[in-house]
Design a binder for this molecule. Structure first.
Ligand code: 2P0
Length: 326
């Protein structure tokens, strides 16, 4: 394996799950309890440069010019240790990440960040850059990063070991004007990280029901995506998200990512739907909501959300591409 000391830069886009990843079967290998399906988005991405340097005595990590909190640094160092172990070498690296996620979007950057880091680090270390291998590697940084290696609609196969747990595209170049409107109701850092929230939710008495439901959603969601059936996609995504959140409400102690504004968005989407507009909601490990609809309905949906939340708190995203090298 040949390690390169020239800088390698990769870019990956963030993704939003339509069937959620929520629970780990193996925390070390980052194997999920269930399959998940996501849409990679166009305008939110991370760009990462890795340059190995024999003079360094530790990885030098730079994120948007600011220093990362200790736990974030630790995750990146552990990830780089794995890359070094696989490449059978010991050299440290300069690691620079910039996130092109509008501050207003309230979208997590760990998926795009670890996907871009996996791409840059693997190539710089002389490891395989085959997309499936990158997906398996990115998974070790953050589960959802396994999906951001690919563009469009992506399925992460839960698998049962490091070999078998990877994502692959369902439709990589999406020829369907599906949109996700991010509704930013809060810009605060989330109180309970996905990692901690997931672990707590696995103690819910409903957790096994969640796993069964999520796995049962995979085939119908795939069929709905292939048929470009917005109502089926939206109905399954909405029900899946609320079922995931039910495991937080039934954890011990219970917690929730909802706030009052989250529920207002749900109400507005429900009202729009009763008026015949085909729109649905989903949400992740934070109070911000994403509204799923088609391009033709975006203006109607925005028209209802703008007076409530302000134009600067609404971001319309389209299907986006997979990992690229710069
Ligand atoms: C998802 N989320 O499928 C789900 C839905 C949040 C809610 O993937 O512990 O940051 O690094 O594997 O990938 C967020 O979890 O968690 C996530 P780790 P990750 O998008």
């Amino acid at each position: 394996m040949t390690i390169s000391t020239t800088p390698i830069t990769a870019r990956a886009h963030t993704n939003i799950a339509l069937v959620k990843y929520w629970g780990k079967a193996d925390e070390h290998l980052m194997l999920p309890t269930n399959d998940s399906i996501s849409l990679t988005l166009d305008q939110f991405f991370s760009t990462n440069t890795v340059q190995f340097d024999p003079r360094l005595t530790v990885d030098e990590i730079n994120l948007d010019g600011i220093s990362l909190p200790a736990d974030g640094q630790q995750r990146i160092r552990q990830f780089m240790d794995l890359v070094r172990q696989r490449a059978r070498q010991t050299m440290f690296a300069h690691i620079t990440t910039t996130n092109q996620v509008p501050t207003a979007a309230g979208l997590a950057s760990s998926a795009s960040g670890f996907a871009a880091l996996a791409g840059a680090a693997a190539k710089a270390a002389g490891l395989s850059t085959a997309p499936r291998d990158l997906s398996r590697l990115a998974r070790r940084g953050s589960g959802s990063a396994s999906r951001s290696i690919f563009g469009g609609f992506v399925q992460w196969h839960a698998g049962h070991n490091d070999e078998t747990s990877f994502a692959e595209p369902i439709v990589e170049a999406v020829d369907w004007p599906i949109r996700m409107i991010a509704v930013v109701v809060s810009r605060q850092k989330k109180k309970i990280s996905s990692r901690v929230g997931m672990k707590a939710s696995q103690q819910s008495p409903y957790f096994q029901d969640w796993v069964r439901l999520a796995n049962a959603n995979i085939a119908p969601m795939t069929a709905a995506l292939l048929k470009k059936d917005i109502n089926q996609v939206g109905r399954i995504a909405e029900h899946n998200a609320m079922s995931m959140h039910a495991t937080t409400l039934s954890a011990t102690p219970p917690f929730t990512y909802f706030n009052a504004d989250t529920l207002r968005v749900f109400d507005i989407v429900g009202d729009l739907r009763s008026e015949g507009v085909n729109c649905y909601y989903t949400m992740d490990a934070g109070p911000n909501v994403k509204v799923i609809c088609e391009d033709q309905d975006v203006e109607t949906v925005l028209g209802r959300l703008r007076p409530e939340f302000g134009p600067n708190n609404l971001v319309v995203a389209k299907p986006g591409p997979g990992l690229t090298y710069r």
